[in-house]
Design a protein around this ligand. Structure first.
Ligand code: SF4
Length: 331
């Protein structure tokens, strides 16, 4: 018989059969109370997972919520680097991820050992990394940023400060354009934000000329140039609530549309299509999490995300620096 660790090595999640008569939502709520757990769900999760979560948000906001709660167990319905960030900010808590194989193409595009060599080429540069990266990469950084504060963090540094920005080249290029600073960029990208089809978006815009086209800064330059509004996932959600337009074409992962639609039920949200046969753009890593995996993960308290103590300590500092700068700037 396979042990749990063998199952986790092979599959990445506990695949114990679940009685189909079980009310999974009620059972998850029961386990939450029993284990004093909190469920955090990223905006890109399936709607049924978002609906059962205690907090829904972007990766850093969720981890900050987790650090504030009195829960003993954090169940992170998101991808691996997000659960790591929760662990960095709450090292004393048990952090669970429903599927250990829920990774991230952007995070994978920047292996820490290669980044360490890259860094050696620029010894007088400060390293700023986007929060969508591994704990080890954060540990190699001076300051972490999010898509909502990257521009302000770069602007807060002296004009002659040389900077490496990683791992997302599209966000980095966007920050370069906004700040006029000459950043050295790591050549990484998110597979979801790199495949929007300009041609299909233009077609939708012709059909809905009154629609606002909104985009995440992880998108490529030509998509961002065409956008009416560019912001982080939370920033896009807020924009759709305050803006008087009734129709929005949304160029980011389509999971956010669930919250947009809940907040503004009378408005229309159209996912910007990718350049393949799909109608909307789903992150295959995010969508590995299911309600069944979430239930088993809470029942068995597996898989757990752990980190070496020295990585936690080294990764905390650049996150704290981001929080200090953000607080100083009133962000
Ligand atoms: S949407 Fe992109 S950045 Fe986010 S988890 Fe998926 S691959 Fe990574």
């Amino acid at each position: 018989m396979e042990t749990y660790s063998e199952v986790l090595d092979a599959k990445g999640y506990i695949d114990e059969a679940i009685d189909p008569r079980l009310d999974l939502v009620a059972e998850i709520q029961r386990l939450k109370k029993e284990k004093n757990a909190v469920i955090l769900a990223h905006y890109y999760q399936e709607a049924e997972i978002q609906d059962i979560a205690d907090y829904i948000g972007d990766s850093l906001g969720l981890s900050q919520e987790a650090a504030k709660t009195q829960a003993d167990v954090i169940v992170f319905a998101g991808v691996h680097f997000m659960a790591e960030t929760a662990k960095i900010l709450s090292p004393q808590k048990k952090v669970l991820l429903p599927d250990l194989k829920a990774g991230c193409s952007l995070s994978d595009s920047c292996p820490p050992h290669l980044f360490a060599k890259f860094k050696e080429l620029y010894p007088d540069h400060l390293v700023i990394t986007y929060v969508n990266c591994t704990a080890e990469l954060k540990a190699l950084s001076d300051i972490v940023c999010t898509s909502s504060n990257a521009v302000q963090i770069v602007e807060s540094l002296p004009a002659d400060q040389k900077i490496i920005f990683g791992p997302d080249k599209n966000l980095g290029a966007y920050v370069k354009r906004k700040t006029g600073r000459d950043l050295v960029l790591w050549n990484g990208a998110c597979m979801v934000h790199e495949i929007f089809s300009q041609e299909k978006i233009d077609r939708i815009r012709r059909e809905y000329p009154e629609a606002k086209f909104i985009a995440h800064p992880e998108c490529e330059e030509h998509i961002l140039k065409a956008a009416d509004f560019i912001a982080s996932t939370t920033g896009l959600l807020n924009y759709t609530q305050r803006e008087s337009a009734n129709t929005f074409i949304v160029a980011t992962e389509s999971g956010i549309i669930h919250q947009m639609q809940k907040a503004s039920p009378h408005k229309t949200f159209i996912p910007a299509p990718p350049n393949n046969a799909c109608a909307c753009n789903d992150c295959p890593h995010m969508k590995l999490n299911t309600l069944e995996k979430l239930y088993n993960c809470m029942k068995f308290e597996l898989p757990e995300v752990t980190l070496p103590a020295d990585v936690i300590i080294r990764a905390q500092r650049p996150i704290e620096r981001m929080l200090e700068i953000s607080a100083k700037l009133g962000l």
